[in-house]
Design a protein around this ligand. Structure first.
Ligand code: GLV
Length: 392
């Protein structure tokens, strides 16, 4: 037997990776020290030094989430891995789940819960809409879910959803509160324990400025009680918290067994990025303040260009990802392509239900500065001057 498929010629060319301003909703630019951490030597995923690094990551996540939860870890995978892990572990087939859908993330969770056999109920608003506590309470009373899902940072719409009081409602109706903070963590105020969030997750590639591929997640005692007293096994072996809690040294057993090989470089970079969130702005509260100030500077600059912001109420705007209503007459794809070509600068269009409605600008963590806001504004202003108006 001999090989019949020749080596691909393209692979003999050098690897080309452009330097870009990643001013979309993520991934964001990764600071040199985080990139360098990811480039350190590989060690075994079960070496004791790796366990120490994982223990540090847990502490870093506890700070970033503002939680004392013991059951805190990072998923090997993107934010979707954390999303699936949460749903797969706390919900059993046939149980009722309530999902708020006001953008793409609720749509995803509803589909994930449906696929694993949950009875899914949705609370639906158009992108940019939010749910009042009264609306949420009514739905909790009606559907008696075991889990309620809410997106804190709705990156497809640019909305920061209010959280206060929802944890209390979920406790009143004996339901777990699951919150997605992929696009908001580190950029907008969120206090897991104080706001009574039962399960919280985020992604590495937004305001944390780590490479994509790891996803911090934390479960409180209520969530642990539900997921470790189930009658059926979760549908996923990889995301089974019985195994993951052992892999992360959270289950009280003396030894950590082999479950899967974690992304060693990704964890090294994540550890550095969690330190970075502490050191870059001297702590979370300063980071929140800084993101708000830079966002307000950007919003004013966008309005000065004659653009309209998609979220009208300033208090509901996500500071990390700003949504701009597509200006009349323009093809949004042409504006984005112009900025990539002439400014090496990425913004993106909408996602899921917001496609064709918005252009999104993200200034997150390391990228969040007024000088980067100026770069984004200059690129957009140039694109508006040079791209043709297609419609009246
Ligand atoms: C992805 O996370 C996005 O908001 O586009």
């Amino acid at each position: 037997s001999s090989v019949t498929i020749p080596p691909p010629a393209c692979m003999l060319l050098p690897l080309e990776v452009p330097n870009r301003y990643l001013f979309g909703p993520g991934p964001s630019n990764v600071p040199p020290r985080v990139l360098a951490a990811g480039g350190r030597p590989i060690i075994g995923h079960l070496h004791h030094e790796m366990y120490e690094i994982m223990n540090d990551i847990k502490k870093g996540i506890q700070y970033a989430f503002q939680t004392n939860n013991h059951m805190t870890l990072a998923m090997s995978g993107s934010g979707h891995a954390a999303m699936e892990c949460a749903v797969f572990n706390v919900v059993e087939p046939g149980e009722s789940v309530l999902v708020s859908v006001n953008g793409v993330w609720g749509e995803r969770v509803a589909e994930i819960a449906e696929r694993m056999g949950a009875k899914v109920h949705t609370l639906v608003k158009a992108p940019g809409g939010y749910f009042t506590n009264e609306e949420i309470e009514k739905a909790l009373a009606k559907h008696k879910p075991v889990l309620f899902f809410l997106t804190h940072g709705e990156s497809s719409a640019g909305l920061a959803h209010p959280i206060d009081g929802i944890g209390d409602l979920c406790r009143k109706y004996d339901c777990l509160l699951l919150v997605d903070s992929v696009a908001s963590l580190g950029a907008a105020p969120l206090l897991m324990d104080q706001q009574k969030i039962d399960i919280l997750y985020t992604g590495s590639q937004k305001a944390l400025n780590a490479p994509p591929g790891t996803a911090p997640i934390s479960f409180n005692d209520r969530a642990c009680h539900k997921m470790f007293n189930r009658k059926t096994k979760p549908v996923s072996y990889l995301f089974d918290m019985t195994h993951l809690s052992n892999y992360w040294g959270n289950d009280g057993k003396p030894a950590r067994d082999y479950h899967h090989t974690g992304p060693v470089s990704g964890f090294l970079a994540l550890r550095e990025s969690l330190l970075f969130v502490i050191s870059l702005f001297q702590g979370l509260e300063n980071s929140w303040r800084h993101h708000k100030e830079v966002a307000e500077y950007l919003w004013k600059g966008l309005e000065d260009l004659g653009l309209k912001l998609f979220i009208k109420d300033k208090d509901l705007r996500l500071p990390s990802v700003t949504t701009i209503t597509i200006p009349d007459g323009y093809e949004w794809k042409e504006l984005l392509a112009y900025m990539i070509k002439h400014h090496q600068l990425e913004m993106t269009g909408g996602l899921g239900p917001s496609i064709g409605m918005v252009i999104r600008v993200g200034l997150m963590g390391y990228n969040c500065s007024t000088s980067n806001a100026d770069k984004a504004l200059a690129a957009l202003s140039d694109a508006l001057k040079h791209c043709p108006k297609r419609k009246a």
